[in-house]
Design a protein around this ligand. Structure first.
Ligand code: DX5
Ligand code: ZN
Length: 223
């Protein structure tokens, strides 16, 4: 079954616990935390203290997406703050194999994210080690951007590569997910849908969560 991971990047952080409760009650599966450093991406967000605050108000898995340079320095802090999975960017890490090993040693799921211009093949040599691959469907840095259409080809490619390598990794797609594009992304092979503004910037957070959840149900029947 496909999962929904609302991104608190677009949430009202002055009311974080209420916002998380709303999506949790409406059926969210994971809570996606976007960490930005103003270097790897042009925007700044938050660090482990917000992840820790989120941990206090939900039992849902906290899916930490690090859009930062030198992520190794902070892995332990995020795990201590309650992260259940940590995803680093292929483009931001020099010794990716080492970083993945470290995330796994720390006892959480290890993921790699790839930017829109990064080929799926760039993670081929470490695919056996990965629990998750996050395909960026916008250029990372901001919520509310338009889904880049070529992402669909990349999801299909990763879906085939996963089959070939007999891997169980989760395919996550992040950026521009809304009620219009979601079916195409689902059909291409996505397992986890990150959605920020289509949930938290909508008029009704609960209703939008329920709507997206309903749209991704029944995936297994369709393939
Ligand atoms: C973008 C972040 C996304 C962002 C998605 O750099 O990684 O997780 O929250 O936001 P929407 O769904 O608004 O594109
Ligand atoms: Zn993200």
């Amino acid at each position: 079954m496909a999962l929904l991971a609302p991104s608190i990047l677009s949430a009202d952080l002055s009311n974080l616990s209420q916002q998380i409760r709303l999506v949790e009650l409406a059926g969210a599966d994971w809570i996606h935390c976007d960490i930005m450093d103003g270097h790897f991406v042009p925007n700044l967000t938050f660090g482990p203290i917000i992840v820790k605050a989120a941990r206090k108000v939900t039992q849902l898995p906290l899916d930490v997406h690090l859009m930062i340079e030198k992520p190794d320095k902070y892995l332990e802090d995020f795990v201590k703050s309650g992260a259940n999975s940590i995803t680093v960017h292929q483009e931001a890490v020099i010794h990716l194999d080492r970083t993945i090993n470290r995330i796994k040693e720390l006892g959480v799921k290890a993921g790699v994210a790839i930017n829109p211009s990064t080929p799926v093949d760039f993670i081929k040599e470490i695919i056996e080690k990965l629990d998750l691959v996050l395909i960026m469907s916008v250029n990372p840095g901001f919520g509310g951007q338009l889904f880049i259409p070529n992402t669909i080809n990349k999801i299909k490619e990763l879906f085939e590569l996963r089959k070939k390598k007999k891997s169980n990794l989760v395919i996550e797609v992040d950026g521009g997910i809304d009620n219009k594009i979601i079916q195409n992304v689902l059909d291409a092979g996505c397992d986890v849908f990150v959605a920020g503004s289509s949930i938290f910037k909508s008029d009704n957070i609960s209703a939008s969560t329920v709507e997206l959840k309903n749209l991704i149900k029944g995936k297994d029947d369709k393939r």
